[in-house]
Design a protein around this ligand. Structure first.
Ligand code: HEC
Ligand code: HEC
Length: 294
């Protein structure tokens, strides 16, 4: 007969406690919004438009591809492969809508581990209805098997820099800004959905946020590095001399005011053109209001 040591019982008891507390913390989460066709449609608009999930999570970084991972980025903590976020067992199969919500709000996975991703910065303040829409949309996509290692940052990075990252956790309900407030809504799309600053601002130190949209950061994807330019309203170093029409044309085509095609594997313009035209308009008018950095 197998004798069960006392420790095994303790472990089982702890597992049971863990299981129950996991249930109760799920129960404590706010109730999800009713899911309608328009929720799903809004999720698709975010994912394939300014939210550009596939720019990082799809193999070639282009719209219309499965979000099963494959590209390699370099961020603050080193190399990272954006995960397989399809419903395969090698991806996020089994994750609930609430689990996805926690990835955006609190950078936390269902197993409690933290997502150390400066590349997600800004998503924390996505509105409750937009987070729900993205979660519903992502969970509606077919599973594609592709194993992508989840990154485990070193002990020092986790405990020194990670400490500051976890402070960005957002708890509670984030209301939707009405699109009729054009500048505020434009800022919301730029800062909390498209998050242009993830690339176009210098990362800054621990205590400062860097120069907002002032450019200069090296972006490295699949082993190639480019510098993200200044996109403030500076006339000499930014895009301050571009007309409304030229900026709109850029977001729709990736062509700059002087007719140069930028590299769309580095700036998600192929996604931006899928955004609704009123969203493109508010982004254009907000960007033109951003203070110049020379
Ligand atoms: C700028 C690049 C970038 C964009 C855009 C982006 N992600 Fe991510 N995402 C990442 C990286 C990098 C990770 C972390 C991978 C790691 O730490 O192993 C990640 C992790 C995740 C995870 C956690 C998966 C897991 O298995 O741990 C989910 C879920 C996720 N992203 C969903 C999304 C959705 C939905 C969107 C679009 C609204 C999105 N992401 C847009 C880069 C990005
Ligand atoms: C993943 C990083 C990344 C994100 C996110 C990103 N960009 Fe870019 N962007 C770049 C890089 C890198 C370039 C330079 C590409 C090249 O050299 O071909 C660029 C180029 C540009 C240019 C051309 C500027 C010039 O003077 O030639 C504009 C304008 C621009 N981006 C606007 C935006 C806006 C607006 C957003 C958000 C809605 C955004 N970008 C999001 C990386 C990014």
């Amino acid at each position: 007969m197998i004798r069960w040591p006392a420790r095994a019982f303790t472990v089982i008891a702890l597992l049971l406690v863990g299981a129950f507390s996991a249930c109760s913390s799920e129960d404590a989460a706010p109730p999800s919004l009713p899911i309608t066709e328009s929720t799903l449609a809004r999720g698709k608009v975010i994912a394939e438009g300014f939210g550009s999930c596939g720019f990082c999570h799809a193999g070639q970084g282009a719209p219309g591809q499965s979000l099963a991972g494959g590209r390699v980025f370099v961020d603050f903590y080193g190399e990272v492969q954006p995960s397989n976020i399809t419903r395969s067992s090698t991806g996020i199969g089994g994750w609930s809508e609430q689990d996805l919500r926690k990835i955006f709000r609190a950078n936390t996975r269902p197993d409690g581990s933290l997502l150390y991703s400066p590349l997600h910065r800004g998503f924390e303040w996505m509105s409750e209805s937009d987070v729900t829409a993205v979660a519903v949309y992502v969970r509606s996509l077919a599973g594609v098997d592709n194993t992508v290692e989840r990154r485990e940052p070193s002990f020092i990075n986790r405990n020194v820099f990670g400490f500051f990252m976890t402070k960005s956790e957002v708890q509670g309900y984030v209301p939707q800004i009405s699109p009729s407030f054009k500048t505020e809504y434009g800022q919301y799309v730029v800062d909390n959905i498209a998050r242009c600053a993830v690339c176009h601002s210098k990362p800054g130190g621990l205590l400062d946020v860097g120069d907002y949209l002032g450019g200069g950061q090296e972006i490295s994807i699949n082993g190639v590095t480019k510098i993200a330019p200044n996109i403030t309203s500076s006339k000499s170093s930014g895009i301050g001399s571009w007309s409304v029409e030229q900026l709109r044309h850029f977001l729709m085509t990736g062509s700059t005011a002087d007719g140069k095609k930028i590299d769309s594997s580095f700036c998600p313009v192929e996604f931006y053109r899928n955004a609704p035209s009123d969203e493109i308009e508010v982004v254009v008018s907000y960007l033109r209001s951003v203070a110049a950095i020379e």
